[in-house]
Design a protein around this ligand. Structure first.
Ligand code: KG4
Length: 492
């Protein structure tokens, strides 16, 4: 039986022999050995030696060149070329290499038809490219376009986006319910669910229409399934299920925090893992080592409140309404941040963990004490001092984590990344330490569906799928893949 597997160096002599028999001029064995460092190399064998091999080299974030696909003369017409091609394309797909191209001799009709069968199309001609005999090279390209409808309903934003290949937003609709909750000083779960249910259908139709995409052109539906408010999540999850079922397309579950990280792939189209990412929002604050698109490790997190919760609570007692992060940011700009001495807690033995509840309480106490005494205090300076404290908790931890985990690239995400003081501090620190900093534009910092489409694309390529039993979860670790969560009983 013929099997295709990723090549090890043991296969080198066999690969070199096929190379010599089928390519002029051939690569030397040492050149082929070097190629192992750069490329995906697969070999076909039937137990008795190498029958064929392929070499796929990544040339940019989403492009690869198929340098070789060669079969030993004795093994031709046994489907070995097809098997090698399938292995190369599977690897490309898993690694988000959505464009694969190759060059082939003009006269090699058999190879050209094999490539056409696998979805390649002629996209160019290089005249007199080959010697011996002199001949042109046909350039053939295969592009994968994955159009995803993405849905986000984890809190009080109903958002629907249509995205292409994780990096391009064709259309997005967001309905913010913030004013409906402002009256209560926080999100009321049942009101959130009802509002999601009321608008999600209309937003979906509108997003599809704006994108110019028909329902039957969608490749998958991606939806936030955790963490968040259960009732709110369930609206999106069930709507996504219905759509996926009706259209007969995959349902891709997306973790909300992974979505926030992925907002950076839209903000910076060349960004690829590994990088370090701070996610600071109303419900979560954590530092993630993003090792791969779907391989994330949490290296620090808040032990209690999120940074955004701290801002929201402070804004509320300062009379700035809900959610007050942005208003507090504005007010802080005219304040003196040295006026109030606020805590910057450190957690013993956990250098990247954080705590914001003491800070939140300190601010609330200052306001209440002043109110009880009937005394005046400078609200702007309290806002500025709080912002400085949050910045002092976040920025040095992120920079230290980047140094320890050897990351040159740092991304920040989540609603708190919109804070002007914190953004400026990150810019300064990154410049001082020679790091590349990626901060998404404001509209990508808050909850949105484009980020779910971006992560959904990489989850889709990695084969993450949910069945019709997909549920919603209030809490879920961001480093758990959906499969692992299902395997260890977190998903039932
Ligand atoms: O990411 P996001 O929209 O929703 C969650 O997933 O939580 O984050 C919302 C949080 C809120 O706590 C909001 O007050 C905060 O982000 N926020 C800000 C700013 N803009 C939004 N916090 C500080 N400064 C801002 N400019």
């Amino acid at each position: 039986m013929i099997e295709v597997s990723r090549a090890t160096v043991d296969a080198l002599p066999g690969i070199a022999e096929i190379e010599r028999a089928s390519i002029t001029p051939p690569w030397s064995q040492s050149a082929l050995a070097d190629e192992f460092l750069r490329s995906f190399i697969a070999v076909a064998s039937d137990g008795g030696g190498v029958l064929g091999f392929c070499v796929l080299r990544r040339v940019s974030v989403d492009e690869a060149e198929l340098f070789r696909i060669a079969v030993c003369p004795a093994a031709r017409r046994r489907g070995v070329g097809d098997m090698l091609m399938q292995a190369a394309l599977k690897f490309a797909c898993k690694n988000a290499l959505t464009t694969v191209y190759l060059e082939v001799r003009e006269s090699n009709a058999a190879a050209i038809s094999l490539y056409e069968k696998h979805g390649f199309a002629k996209t160019g001609l290089r005249k007199n490219y080959y010697d011996d005999p002199a001949e042109g090279a046909v350039i053939m390209t295969r592009r994968t376009f994955v159009t995803i409808l993405a849905i986000e309903t984890s809190c009080d934003e109903t958002a629907v986006a249509v995205t292409k290949n994780g990096r391009e937003v064709l259309a997005e609709e967001i309905f913010s319910q913030a004013d409906k909750h402002a009256l209560y000083g926080g999100v009321v779960p049942e009101i959130a669910s009802r509002n999601h249910a009321a608008v999600i259908g209309r937003l979906t139709e509108s997003a599809l229409q704006k994108a110019g995409v028909a329902k039957n052109e969608l490749d998958a539906v991606a939806v936030t399934y955790a963490p968040g408010l259960i009732g709110a999540l369930l609206v999106g999850v069930n709507f996504a299920k219905g759509l996926a079922l009706a259209l007969g397309i995959p349902l891709v579950p997306v973790h909300h925090i992974r979505g926030h990280i992925a907002a950076n792939y839209i903000a910076d189209r060349d960004l690829e893992p590994p990088f370090l990412c701070l996610i600071a929002s109303g419900g979560n604050t954590l530092i993630a080592d993003v090792r791969g698109y779907t391989d994330i490790s949490i290296i620090g997190k808040t032990r209690d409140d999120a940074a955004g919760e701290c801002f929201d609570k402070a804004a509320r007692v300062l009379g700035l309404g809900y959610p007050g992060g942005a208003a507090l940011d504005k007010l802080a700009q005219s304040g003196d941040e040295t006026l109030f001495n606020l805590p910057r807690p450190v957690i013993d033995g956990a250098p990247y963990d954080m705590s914001f509840s003491g800070l939140k309480t300190a601010v609330v106490n200052i306001v209440h004490n002043a109110e009880q005494r009937g005394g005046e205090f400078c609200k702007a300076s309290l806002a500025a001092s709080l912002t400085a404290a949050v910045s002092d908790i976040l920025v040095p931890r992120v920079m230290a984590a980047a140094a320890e985990f050897c990351h040159d690239k740092i991304a920040i995400a989540g609603g708190v990344a919109a804070n002007s003081r914190i953004r400026a501090e990150f810019v300064r620190a990154a410049e001082a330490e020679g790091k590349t900093l990626i901060i998404p534009p404001l509209e990508l910092c808050g909850d949105n569906a484009a980020m779910i489409g971006a992560q959904g694309f990489y989850e889709y390529l990695a084969g993450t799928r949910a069945g019709m039993d997909l549920n919603a979860y209030a809490t879920m670790d961001a480093d758990l893949t959906y499969e692992a969560a299902a395997g260890n009983g977190r998903i039932v």
